[in-house]
Design a protein around this ligand. Sequence first.
Ligand code: BYC
Length: 477
Amino acid sequence: MATPPDYSEKIPNNVDLRDDRRLQRALESWQPNFLNWWESMGPTLPTQDVYLRTAINVGREGWAHFGHVPMKDYRWGIFLAERNQKREIAFGQHQGEPAWQKVPGEYRADLQRLIVIQGDTEPASVEQQRNLGATAPSLYDLRNLFQVNVEEGRHLWAMVYLLHAYFGREGREEAEELLHRNSGSEESPRILGAFNEETPDWLSFFMFTYFTDRDGKYQLGTLKESAFDPLSRTAEFMLKEEAHHMMVGTTGIDRVVERTAQLMVENETDDAGPLGGVPLSVIQKYLNFHYSVSLDLFGGETSTNVANYYTAGLKGRWLEERRKDDHRLTDDAYLVDALIDAGNSQQSLGQTEVSALIGLNTDLRREYISDCQSGVTRWNRILDSAGLPHRVKLPHVAFNRRVGAFASVEVSPDGELLTPGEWEAQKGRWLPTDVDKTHVRSLMQPVHERGKIAAWIAPPRNGINGQPFDYDYVHLA
Ligand code: BYC
């Protein structure tokens, strides 16, 4: 049995915080800074209360409680999945040794860096989404937005706990910095590219929760394998919350496609735009954008960083224990996507063989890509059921990349290498233009009335926690 979190504490937790006064005091002094950050950088729409899920236990059954709470009183807590006393390291040079309960000195800098990068994305996404409440298509969607926001806040707490508990003064300084960097800021931006992009409308929000949160799922999956047990247990519990974020993205895009298809069929047109819908071509452009910036989040196709992380046991592979190999990979090779130099200054897109360790970012990115493909299959099924011949698709892996093997070239969604001139002339066919964005924004009229929904999106099939769609999910101020 896991220890149930103590909600009488200032910081609800299942890590026996009260037994470590120093740590408790340090976190309690970070707490008001977090709350200030939430007030100044979190959701801008004033609300009285929101029907939110709060984590109350980490066991399999009944881990969450649902109820209306004022968002500023949300109980952000520290929860680690249950400890397995016998857990052994599953991969790398320490394979078979007991999992670490403390940070080994030689891996301190690398572990801290991974935790800081993970931590940085969490508040970044809250910042990116802060103005969306004002244009929510329904109270149901508004509630889901806020649920995602408070849980990203809790994920920040998860990383800050690790920094405070295991990384001393430097960890505390990094925890402060997590509140000082801001998404899109000129002077101190967030660390990873996608987290400095805007999320100005709800189509972007659904694409972000589908594609970018899904990077989170995969990165957390690799951290769950970590030899550093507290990180592994934290990531395991975060993944549980992450499932709802995936659902918001998947069904959000389902509902946009469904409504667009309906408008196209009813009016026998290819363009749902003039009818108050999002044209399918614009859905495809948004998909192209969010997918390609999310592919960048996996780092370079080849990376010595990831090889070192794996060998040291800091970061494993997706579903490491299900892989049928030696879990060390020192003698293995792997084919990664690459830009091939064909001589005479000609280049082509292809693959090249590298040491398996060096190719681990590509391995993870491929797991992610096949998961993304399942969304595309779903959306095409919706189009098919509506009797439409149109289809959406994932662009080529090299399309619109700014990190890794293809950062220096421009490539079409079909995988054709382009000159800079060709790219400039055609990119408006593949990525959202100002005209597309303006149109999408013009559709974003708020619907804050119970049981009502905006005209550009279909209602959800199910409500939250067994409640109907027309439930009073949010009470506005
Ligand atoms: N932007 O060796 P390389 C989530 C840097 S999302 C800017 O190929 P590596 C969430 C890199 O730092 C999940 N810079 O990269 C989602 C390196 O710099 P140095 C977040 C980038 O280290 C939605 C250099 O380029 N978690 O949870 O193998 C809502 C060479 O790179 C980028 C994590 O990412 C970029 N995109 O892999 C809320 C897990 N990519 O060393 C939350 C922790 C690379 O030359 N992080 N660079 O100074 C990691 O595992 C790795 O750091 C990365 C990069 C996968 C990000």
